[in-house]
Design a protein. Structure first.
Length: 159
């Protein structure tokens, strides 16, 4: 088992996802502080739906989620989201920051970015979907943790 200081220095590339919610920005700040302390590159990813997406399916998901719906639609809002997140990460201590806005689902996007960037650590907030919503639509933190090929840090970002 590695010592904590060995673990921290082992992280060279940290990936964190954001959807622009305050909860996800708390995870970004934590990832930024960690990346800054480790001297790691921080990659901030935002998944978005294409603007020409099937509006019925998007509306149905947003209706089911109500206040929990933070899926970004369109590349321009996604770019704004990662810009805001980059500012938050920089304020938390991150020095080397990359941002990516990727069309796709949140979990697939995070897993793809982790692979493409050869990340050592994936940071996600614990704001998942509880109850029936989570069972029907899935939970980004749970699914990303289960599917990631690198270490995952789940940050307590709620209440």
């Amino acid at each position: 088992m590695r010592a904590v200081s060995d673990t921290a220095s082992a992280y060279r590339t940290v990936v964190v996802g954001t959807d622009g919610s305050e909860s996800s920005l708390r995870a970004v700040a934590r990832a930024g502080a960690l990346a800054g302390a480790c001297g790691a590159t921080l990659v901030i990813a935002c998944a978005y739906l294409p603007t020409e997406a099937d509006d019925r399916e998007t509306a149905r998901a947003q209706d089911a989620l109500r206040d929990d719906a933070y899926q970004v639609v369109g590349s321009h809002p996604a770019e704004d989201t990662v810009r805001t997140a980059s500012e938050r990460a920089s304020a938390a201590g991150a020095k080397d920051i990359k941002t990516v806005a990727v069309m796709g689902s949140p979990v697939e996007t995070l897993i793809d970015v982790v692979r493409k960037e050869s990340a050592d650590l994936l940071v996600v907030g614990n704001r998942g979907l509880a109850g029936i919503k989570g069972r029907l639509l899935g939970s980004v933190p749970a699914d990303a943790t289960r599917r990631s090929e690198c270490d995952v840090l789940v940050v307590h970002t709620t209440g």
